[in-house]
Write a protein that binds this ligand. Structure first.
Ligand SMILES: [Zn+2]
Length: 399
């Protein structure tokens, strides 16, 4: 038995006026998602426990079968994929390169700065502020800052994608103390180093937004989440373009499969993702395939791109999986779901439970759901706890 979990990040949405009350996934042409929903079991999953913020870290840890309350911030989860092994006294912050205009957060991605440009800027930060902590390059605007001071874990920081358009000074780290002042001043001082950097001068001359500030958030020490092969008695692997998910996978002993062209954006190479997944399934029991594009479209409020991303997942990834899986193993179980909603109109993640659909070659009587949508009221399941979903898949596969 092989298990495949396709995670369409942020796919779930709300009914939209411009779609006559339909959601993007209902509007999109998704025959393969619909096949899985129609011939399988469906329901809702609460991937984000009450009291936790609906981040991709929390929601995807649930999907990977572990209680996300063990998480300690997003920074440490991104450390493994940038080659950083955290020491016992280290606290890792996620570092975004952002664009600030008139004292307000204008773009939390710094216009999707390239990895090469970000590496140059990280070098400059290490030269200027290396006495405070160490800066590590990641992918595009997603980078890392590590400081040896466990008390930094207590500070409250703000994800920049939640405060676009708001003044920087309203969103500094809190409470106001010596520790928060150190980090807030570091962010403020980064402006002087970055705004005149040759990388940014070139970007401005090319009509791109400069990465003129760093934003530090999601900090935490090394987490202890669990061990996937031990807990589930199976080997597993993850395909994703997002460092955060590579990190979670590393901590729980899932193999991370690097896929050329996996950009975590609209232009990601869907074809490579499915081809590498099928190859990986020859040696792994469980394969997670994560696609970031619908979430990015949600954050940008970009409805056409969201629909296109959903259709690409369906027509390239799910289509090929359903065609090729029987050639790898006559028995397989496949799930499709988002981690959390990123509604077009809200432009950020919400707490709403997400719709899931599971098809297994061993299901004999599917439930009454006709197609994949946010409405799973005819499904076999009501709302289940997110981190029990994988166990449920395994149970279904053994019916
Ligand atoms: Zn997400």
């Amino acid at each position: 038995m092989k298990y495949v979990i396709v995670i369409a990040d942020g796919m779930a949405d709300e009914p939209l006026d411009e779609l006559n009350g339909k959601t993007p996934v209902v509007e999109a042409n998704t025959p393969n998602m619909d096949f899985i929903a129609k011939n399988g079991y469906t329901g809702l999953a609460k991937n984000v426990p009450d009291g936790m913020t609906p981040g991709s870290d929390v929601a995807n840890t649930s999907i990977m079968g572990f209680d996300p309350s063990m998480l300690k911030g997003r920074g440490p989860l991104e450390a493994p994929s940038v080659g950083v092994s955290l020491g016992d006294n280290d606290v890792a912050f996620r570092l975004n390169f952002i664009n600030v205009e008139d004292g307000k957060i204008n773009d939390f991605t710094a216009d999707h700065i390239s990895t090469e440009e970000a590496e140059e800027l990280i070098k400059a930060l290490n030269e200027n502020f290396g006495d405070i902590g160490k800066f590590y390059p990641g992918v595009s605007y997603r980078n890392l800052f590590v400081i040896e001071d466990l008390s930094m874990e207590e500070l409250k920081s703000t994800p920049p994608h939640d405060v676009v358009g708001q003044p920087v000074e309203d969103n500094n780290l809190k409470p106001d103390n010596e520790k928060s002042q150190l980090i807030n001043k570091l962010m403020e001082d980064s402006v002087k180093v970055l705004e005149n950097h040759p990388v940014n001068k070139k970007r401005v001359s090319e009509g791109k937004l400069p990465a003129n500030m760093i934003w530090l958030w999601g900090q935490g020490a090394k987490p202890v989440i669990g061990n996937f092969p031990e807990k589930y008695g199976m080997s597993g692997a993850t395909i994703t373009g997002v460092d955060l998910l590579k990190g979670i996978s590393t901590y729980i002993n899932l193999d991370v499969i690097e896929v050329p062209g996996a950009t975590a954006y609209f232009d990601t190479n869907y074809q490579n993702k499915v081809d590498y997944a099928l190859e990986s399934l020859k040696t792994h029991d469980v394969q997670f395939i994560h696609i970031e594009a619908p979430d990015e479209a949600g954050h940008e409020g970009n409805l056409p791109e969201k629909i296109r991303a959903i259709e690409n997942i369906d027509s390239i990834i799910l289509e090929k999986l359903l065609k090729e899986l029987p050639n790898i193993d006559s028995e397989y179980t496949i799930a499709v779901l988002p981690d959390h909603p990123t509604p077009i109109d809200i432009k950020t993640h919400t707490m709403t439970p997400i719709p899931f659909a599971i098809y297994s070659t061993n299901i004999k009587e599917p439930d009454d759901t006709e197609f994949y949508s946010e409405d799973m009221s005819k499904g076999k399941y009501d709302t289940i706890i997110g981190h029990t979903l994988l166990s449920e898949m395994i149970k279904i596969s053994k019916e």
